[in-house]
Design a protein around this ligand. Structure first.
Ligand code: HEM
Length: 276
């Protein structure tokens, strides 16, 4: 029992407990949250394994600042640029919210790439986490699309021409390129409807997809557990035991009376702890 359970309880605590118990009894929420959060993690887990959460935290920040911006932004070709100027210069704290959203976009892309590099270097994409990697790769594509579609919304010369170039590059991709470009442009040419199309994709389509895939990604992380870092002593011991078992099995399979000299006497991993 924790020390917070000792002593008389005030009416607020009692009411809170009654409400939580009631909801838990009907929904099983405590068990679900417990399954998701209370997990054993490898002893040598380090700060490198917090990059995914950092990316997720920035996604939350982007969602909140994006909702505030959407309250003032006007996705009309004649009003979009002026509304952005209004947000920056007149709306209370508008400059701050817009700045957070703009820099948050870059921060998120950097964090996602760092997270992916960590996963790659640690070899965390290997069995049994292949699907976690696949859902992550889909998230990466969606993050890039958020950057592309958000960039146009400012509707200044730079945003306009940069997106025209991006659409021309997309259209030059083989077979499906022209179709994807048509869908993104809302037609065969870059026009006023393109802004509404990008706005809908940026505000609704991709955030919905990202929320779904972050949920799937986290479910897989919870179900499969966090992988051990490459320098984990426990993982090295387990690998050595597996290799010894494989060598023993190979010896047992050898035909009687024949001598083989091809069994590797000193696999690479044996050197890992040799310095200790
Ligand atoms: C929006 C983007 C993403 C978010 C919010 C996200 C979130 C997370 C979180 C919170 C974790 C658990 C903690 C950690 O290992 O850092 C994780 C693990 C993982 N992520 Fe991501 N991730 C994203 C993108 C990616 C990408 C682009 C890839 C690879 C293509 C990827 C592959 C993985 C894998 C394989 C794991 C399991 C790592 C392990 O078990 O050690 N993720 N992710």
């Amino acid at each position: 029992m924790s020390t917070s359970n000792i002593g008389p309880k005030g009416p607020v605590t009692k009411t809170g407990e009654v409400v939580i118990d009631h909801v838990d009894h009907r929904t099983g929420a405590k068990t679900g949250i417990g399954w998701f959060l209370n997990r054993n993690i490898p002893g040598e887990t380090s700060w490198f394994q917090t990059l995914g959460f950092a990316a997720m935290a920035v996604f939350g920040l982007q969602a909140v600042t994006g909702i505030v911006l959407a309250m003032y932004y006007k996705p009309e070709p004649t009003q979009a640029y002026a509304s952005i100027q209004d947000i920056t210069n007149h709306v209370t704290w508008g400059w701050l919210v817009r700045g957070m959203h703009k820099w948050g976009a870059s921060a998120m892309i950097i964090l996602v790439f760092l997270h992916m590099a960590r996963v790659f270097i640690f070899g965390s994409y290997k069995y049994p986490r292949e699907l976690t990697w696949v859902t992550g790769a889909i998230l990466l594509i969606m993050v890039m699309f958020m950057g592309l579609t958000g960039y146009l919304l400012v509707w200044d010369q730079r945003a306009y021409w940069a997106t025209v170039v991006a659409m021309n590059i997309t259209a030059s991709a083989p077979v499906i390129g022209p179709y994807i470009a048509d869908v993104l442009r809302a037609g065969p040419t870059f026009n006023a409807h393109t802004l509404s199309r990008f706005y809908a994709i940026h505000m609704l389509v991709i955030p919905g997809g990202m929320a779904t895939f972050i949920g799937l990604h986290l479910f897989l992380v919870s179900k499969l557990g966090i992988s051990e870092p490459p320098w984990s002593k426990r993982a090295t011991r387990a690998r050595r035991a597996e290799e010894a078992a494989a060598r023993a099995a190979a010896r047992d399979r050898r035909p009687q009376g024949r001598r083989e000299v091809s069994v590797d006497p000193a696999p690479q991993t044996l050197n890992v702890e040799a310095g200790q």
